[in-house]
Design a protein around this ligand. Structure first.
Ligand code: H79
Length: 433
């Protein structure tokens, strides 16, 4: 751009890389969207999409009773699936807080749960060695000072300036900014070291229809966050303008695997759902297959990025059968193949991607991983231009040797067994010279 980037602090590029090192190596996280919207169970945006009033939404606060909430189980499921970090919605757009806050009564402590659910999440995930992150919604459809905009419930019909002026009489974003600063201060001071803060989201539009950096007080907010938790990793949804390099990673949401190639060379994490919505959705019939989920993970790493895969627990507080089955399948694959994910990135130049496969690479061990999306029916895999570059080849899942031969002057041909290893996507490990 024409304008120089402004700095939030005085961290060097090298220091930033060091701060983010664990995150770029771990590659795979769990997003958890949990809130009152788990009860209507028809999308976490239900309040906005159906234009529900606070009064209409009140029944979900009154009924909230997560009697099966056992975050140790969540943490064990995440760990088994190979997820190294987690991010929980401490507050989503509906404004309901899962944590004990001094600044609103609209919190889990005042429901039948009667306690701080964030605290239990933090303790449980930390105990499993999983890094702990907080999602915090910038939007708030419950706070009385949050001005009504295009995303707000009950503002869909009349979009005239006059209508917005009337709706927003008595609402004061300065007070809402103070509220956010207070709550983020609570979140970043009462729960020990927090590894990630995931703020969501900005939608700048003229005449009060959207919101961005001036509404949030983004630059000042980020300075506060950095002061309270110097090691924390923060997403890029604050609309920082000329301070945008103050954010740590880009956040392509629910994009296709084809689109992820565009992010190669950047620092990024794609966030993805099992079935479309983020909150628990009972009737959604668009669940991704095991192979689609794996494809998202492998494609992310093969383009130098992370995947954070979302679970929407039920209102009773557990992962439902569909989510549990999906995680179990990932566990089996990760148990045998996670070396092609952790500490890996895109392949170095000069290694062509074989047909129907995707490559990842571990620069420290100099191992190249070939993910076989289609198992070659003739039992041969051609590695174009690899001649002289490989010193050993094996399946990753069982370390069984694979025989290869020179073909032509530049290529190698790997001979594969007729029986495909018992994985949807088997991985070949090539130890490079
Ligand atoms: O928290 C999750 C989402 O609720 C939030 N970000 C992730 C991490 C988010 N996703 N999309 N958006 C915010 C932008 C809004 C999209 C919308 Fe819609 C299109 C709102 C109304 C139409 C998505 C689709 C929600 C309802 C239908």
């Amino acid at each position: 751009s024409l304008f120089a980037q402004k700095m939030i602090g005085n961290e060097t590029q090298e220091q930033k890389q060091k701060r983010m090192e664990w995150w770029t190596q771990d590659r795979f996280g769990m997003f958890i969207h949990w809130g009152l919207y788990a009860q209507p169970a028809r999308h976490e945006w239900v309040k906005s999409v159906e234009g529900l009033s606070n009064e209409q939404y009140q029944k979900y606060f009154d009924q909230f009773n997560p009697d099966l909430f056992e975050p140790k189980k969540w943490a064990k499921q995440a760990k088994a699936a190979g997820m190294k970090y987690a991010v929980l919605t401490t507050k989503h757009h509906e404004g309901f807080c899962l944590f004990d806050t001094r600044f609103t009564d609209y919190k889990a402590n005042n429901t039948q749960a009667k306690r701080d659910l964030v605290k239990e999440y933090v303790d449980a995930f930390r105990a499993e060695g999983i890094k702990v992150g907080f999602y915090y919604s910038l939007l708030d459809w419950h706070h009385p000072d949050y001005t009504m905009d295009e995303n707000h419930p009950l503002t869909k019909k009349d979009k005239s300036d006059a209508a917005y002026a009337t709706l927003n009489k008595g609402r004061d974003m300065a007070k809402y900014r103070a509220y956010m600063r207070n709550q983020i201060t609570e979140l970043l001071t009462k729960y020990g070291k927090i590894d990630i803060l995931w703020l969501d989201f900005s939608f700048p539009k003229p005449n009060g229809r959207g919101k961005g950096k001036d509404d949030w007080g983004s630059v000042e907010l980020l300075k506060l966050i950095r002061k309270l938790q110097p090691g924390i990793i923060v997403d890029n949804r604050l609309d920082l303008g000329e301070y945008k390099d103050g954010a740590d990673f880009e956040t392509p949401e629910q994009v296709s695997t084809a689109e992820l190639a565009k992010y190669k060379g950047k620092t990024w994490e794609t966030c993805q759902t099992f079935s479309g919505s983020w909150g628990y959705h009972r009737d959604e019939n668009s669940w991704k297959s095991h192979k689609q989920l794996l494809d998202l993970l492998i494609t992310s790493v093969s383009n130098g990025g992370n995947l954070i895969l979302n679970v929407g627990p039920t209102a009773r507080g557990e992962f439902d059968r569909r989510a549990t089955n999906a995680l179990d399948s990932l566990s089996q694959w990760m148990h045998a193949n996670d070396k092609s994910i952790y500490n890996c990135t895109y392949a170095p130049d000069g290694y062509a991607t074989p047909e129907n496969s995707k490559l990842t690479y571990n620069p420290k061990t100099k191992r190249l991983y070939v993910h076989l999306f289609e198992y070659p029916s003739n039992g041969k895999l051609t590695l174009s231009g690899y001649n002289g570059k490989v010193k050993y080849a094996q399946f990753l899942n069982d370390s069984s040797e694979l025989i290869y031969k020179q073909a032509g002057s530049n290529d190698l041909t790997v001979t594969l067994p007729a029986r495909k290893p018992d994985f949807s996507i088997p991985v070949i490990e090539l130890i490079l010279q």
